[in-house]
Design a protein around this ligand. Sequence first.
Ligand SMILES: Nc1nc2c(ncn2[C@@H]2O[C@H](COP(=O)(O)OP(=O)(O)OP(=O)(O)O)[C@@H](O)[C@H]2O)c(=O)[nH]1
Ligand SMILES: [Mg+2]
Length: 491
Amino acid sequence: MAIPSFVDQVTLHTFGGNGGHGCASVHREKFKPLGGPDGGNGGHGGSVILRVDPDVTTLVDYHRQSYRRATSGQPGRGDHQNGSNGEDIVLGVPDGTVVSDADTGERLADLTGPGAELVVAQGGRGGLGNAALASSARKAPGFALLGEDGLERTVTLELKVVADVGLVGYPSAGKSSLIAAISAARPKIADYPFTTLIPNLGVVVAGETTFTVADVPGLIEGASEGRGLGFDFLRHVERCAALVNVVDCATFEPGRDPVTDLAVIEAELTAHGGLEDRPRLVALNKVDVPDAAELAEIARADIEAQGYRVFAISTKTGEGLRQLTYAMADLVAQRRAALPPPAPARIVLRPEPVRGGHAKPFTVTREGDLWRVRGDKPERWVRQTDFGNPEAVGYLADRFNRLGIEDRLLELGARAGDGVAIGGTADGSGAVVFDFAPQVDVGAEILSRRGEDVRLEEPQRPAVARRRELDREYHAAREAEEHESRGARGR
Ligand SMILES: Nc1nc2c(ncn2[C@@H]2O[C@H](COP(=O)(O)OP(=O)(O)OP(=O)(O)O)[C@@H](O)[C@H]2O)c(=O)[nH]1
Ligand SMILES: [Mg+2]
């Protein structure tokens, strides 16, 4: 199989599954008409996950099928039955896949090392059923929370293969021919210079070792001063374990011979810098040509005297290729043995479900005649709310108050009737807008949490007020904990 190209790129559309809605239901039994809330929770939507799989070497699968959707969570049902979770989709990607957001170009992850993974489109959380929403203060909630929609994200996957061995040399020295001769890759080969415009990559198997070889567009004297086009590509071989200098022994160009060519290329590599410590092999190519074979034999002694291992080869006849590939494999194996073993830990990157995330629980800003509230929690709570159910809307108001949004608005000078927008994009679309109706203004004495009626209780004494305050704090803390623990699973 031909490896498509050095840089493989594909756009992938991913969709996390939606969370299932929670269920509002009341247990019914003979002689027990109101047996308490028993609505189950909705299941979480599945996520789309990219994970490095050593068996995957290209992105071609995603060229063919570029839409990937995880399944949604099932809704909760009565009798405490929770909906099942949607299934995650794990997409195998090659080691060295760079993931960026297709819209913003922002780099999301550089997936290297087996098992490294990125949750690219997180599934929505399931909504809590009314059984889970019940508390001592809210014994029979007549509502449940909605499941959240899964995230959608379009990403660009880019494969930047780090080749084990880099081939350098003059144009037309036979670098691409060498890749074609020792691997299944079929790069373009021609007798004019600069045939190769971007690096080619081939996979070579020599004995126990499998490694990748990349060529670099031909280098010429003065490349480091901007001549030709190979110089910029040298950064691709910076991470190679070894370099092979391919030398043309059959050129008739004046002023060129194997020893001089090698010196010129080495001078350019030195000018580039950073490649000094890379082991080198020298391949004297085209020895099928009679004159070239002779020239190679003369040059060999000279080049070996400089400390290089020299291989006389012909990509045409295959002469010397076996010895050369085994020597490459040795260098690759040595380098691999010297490197620390890959970290067993998995890098799990989870992009924030809401743009950027917020350090504070929420922020309030004045925008024209609107107050805009932003924050992961308030925005999530809005998504979980069934606005057709007044009790659910009331519960949302309670949650806002417990977080201190109302206090903050009053502090900033908001007045009853002002518009309050929760969330929304930068241009303001997608927000949910309320009329500000501060509960303290209408009289604290008839205020209550949902499922509670203060009129049925004793008039408030200071001790009662204090207890209510503590109770409020307790519930706020419990709610935070609940979200933390779900958050730990990434939901
Ligand atoms: N006789 C002979 N010709 C060869 C051999 N290897 C390569 N060639 C020829 O040399 C020419 C250049 O080969 P390429 O493989 O394209 O050279 P390259 O180094 O990749 O060149 P650029 O991509 O331009 O840098 C082609 O015409 C090949 O057929 C060989 O072993 N023997
Ligand atoms: Mg080439």
